[in-house]
Design a protein. Sequence first.
Lengths: 543, 125, 317
Amino acid sequence: MQKSPTDKAVYSRSGIELKSFYTESDIPQEHRSRVTSNPGDAPYHRGFHPSGYRSKPWRIFQLSGFGKPEDENERIKFLLKNGETGFIMEHDRNTGDHCYNVDHPEVVARREDVGLTGAVMQSVRDTAICMDGLPIGSSFGHAGGAVVQHAPFALASYWTVAKQRGFDLGKLPGTGQSDFNLTYLGCVTKEQIPTQPGLRFNADIIEFCDRYLPYWVPVSIAGYNAADTGLTPDQELGVLFANAVEYLDEIKRRGSVDIARAARACGGVSFRASIEFIEEACKMRAARLMWADLLHKRYGISDPKVANLRIHCVTAGSKMTYQQPLNNIVRGTLMALGAVFGGVQSLGVSGYDEALSIPSEHAHQMSVRIQQILQEETGISNVTDPLGGSYYIETLTAQLAEKAWTFFEEIQKQGGYLAALDSGWLHACASENQYQEFMDMERGDQQVIGVNCFKDDGSPFEVDGFMGTDDAFDVATERLKEVLRTRHEAGAASALKRLEADCRSDTNIMPAMMEAMSAEVTLGEIGDVYRDVFGNWDTPIQT
Amino acid sequence: MQKRILMAKTGLDGHWRGPTIVARALRDAGFEVIMIGMANTDDIVTSAVDEDVDLVGLNIGGHIDVAIRSIENVQAARPGLPIFAGGTIPPHAAKQLEALGVEVYPPGSQLIDIVDAAERLTGIK
Amino acid sequence: MGEPTTQTLLKSAVGGERSSLARLLSKIERDPKVETEIRTSLAGGQATSLVVGVTGPPGAGKSTLISALLSHTTASYEKTAVLAVDPSSPFSGGALLADRVRMQSHGLGDRVFIRSMASRGESGGLARATSTAIQLLEACGWPLILLETLGIGQVELEVMDLATVVTVVLNPGWGDTFQANKAGLTEAGDVFVINKADKDGAQQTRVDLQDSLSLIHSPVPIRIFDTIAVKQDGVESLWQGIKDYLNEAQAVGLIEQKLLSRNRRLLMRILQRDFDDRISAYWRSDHGGNQVLRTLAGDLTIEALREDLFAHMAKLD
């Protein structure tokens, strides 16, 4: 938002011009009738349940992970004890994102980074250690696998451990991620399967879950990385639904899963919550409007159960400053507030030391405390959609939805979401915005406290950044040798062969992946198959 | 006469916001920016030598020892070649880098300062 | 510590020292006097290296294709050098050179040498610098040089004249785009590649391309190869195809003919650039500037200005 004297135009982050105050007549015509609807009634911008957070508080859901699987296990238990109500299993990104084993030269070259942002899990044995004693049946577990090529392994190893523990997969709750915007837009890895096989993987996962894990959210359609890479709130909405359409159209094409069931399974999405928290709250409301609209117009679905868009939110990591890090506790709180005003179902707050390192235990705890204070002390959970009916909120919600649909259409003009990724068009949009944001800061049009103004830091407190444990690489190396030495080699070889054959054909790869997990095939071996069969995505950007 | 800057990322973290903006600003200031993306020590050293660059810019995210390995190898292969670095660098790590003669630009650094530094380090100013 | 002389560096580079080669390449780009010195020092040497040009529109996958070719070229020629040319910004004079990224994972160590070059805007200058760079690489024992440029714009296409065989890399759907440049590319190419051949429209593009090529008379067949560079598909066949073209062209004297006409064009451009430099120097000089003003005021005829310019040109440097 630009600083301005009263006569200069002011814009929201999405580029919508903001009036200095709003009245009823500002609400767009087509939205007026919706303003009087109740939470639980179409078109659902007010939410799906009249009782809202009274009956079901949002889930406190923090990203957590580092070190050896046992370290991560300990950290998850710590967070659950401290009030987290779901858990996320982060896999080490050097190995996981790339599907490399720890002995791959690119990983060895960065051995101190191994285990920094997640635990190394190279086989089902490691996953078992990480999941030891976790309440997987009663809590809500995220199995990891944020990167598309990593997801089948992450999910299959989690499910295999669950099975080994006697859990009925037919009743197992939880979620995967397999996030296109993260993989192909925001965090481009060194080597990745191209977008087409990526889509195939996600459709395979959706199919498999429909059949065997009806309580599991197969993939999370996520806007966080689209936004943190530079897309504005309206663009984040547009790109998220373009992503959803790509999955649903593929499922429709396959004809293997009833489209309404698939849509219901995919109705668990994820957004970023940034610092302009009123607009962010409107974004969540607009999302619910858009999902119901999309389902109805494009797929002929009006079932409220399917229109029920469950939103997970993560506060913007990029807004956490390096300078005066304690200010970030305030930022985290405000961003969380926006998400709560937006009626999200689950929330993760970034650590106040995000710009310095991975979160320390204290920062992690603080993220949980922020949410607990909001839930228990503010009374905010007592009323559903508290901002509903505000002239400003309703106007901005409607305007955001409209602008988002425009961006959605522009993506279709590019040939669809996958084409817009392959060509670099989305990256160019993001890049252009990033540049403008930077320029705004440089010129002083956008003030960021402690960074380009009020820079003197009177605080004696220094946050030094957490560097994880330092034995993750060595232990992972030993464990890799061990599993290769002690597993039943013939079984592993045959499972790997089956996986390769299935990759090459049209067969759903998940059954073969489950078999590979039981046979203790390792991540790197699976990655080698992918690289051989699918090749490497031609990244449209220079990084 | 154009000066050449090598830009590399020492970690396997794929976030590309920061490096891309810096590269663009340097290009707009008249530099030739040779971007090699995620690169291990060998890649960085070979590029620094074969491209005969005037300055090395590293984007660091993750453990500082990974970056330090690359820095020490570059300094051995091309003594006196200036190096500057940005990214997620906690204060204690920034001190280690500075002790090696590397200029550190943490998140929130202004582009104008980075461009000025590039001009100063390559002898333009 | 004193700067080593050009001759010292040259000796060291020819002796196999990579860092000396790298430093000389920088000097060739930056300092016309040094470039001339190197060119004259190396003159009379055998032009033994093979230069394979790789050009095409942005996004075609040239760098990825080159990366995939490296394992095959080093099997044939032991060592391969790559010169990757990208356009400089016309506004700032800077450039983003990102071809290296895609060529990094070759795993061939010392057998590959990659150098990124910015076009720096001027046609003759780039062609001259690249020509001397190629001479230098030859002298330093690099038998094969892959020369990559964007197939858009005079500057970049002209550099392709330095290549013995030009490979044009296109994508499916090429026929629908780049209308203005189609003629330039189809005339420039000796071997054609449809990369990302698994995408829709590959077949139609092949047909469109064959149509365009049918208008060109060539004594040696111009072949089209399908590749999927990210999967290494079709790359070995392409390399064989390039070698086949060379043999066939050699046999009918085409290589010699092409080299001659290319060298003529190159020479012309170098002379034109020299002339342009001298005219600019005249224009900027006190004397010349005055003469120009007098001409504009009507005190001097254009013919007289021209005579004066020619008289002074010999003196200018």
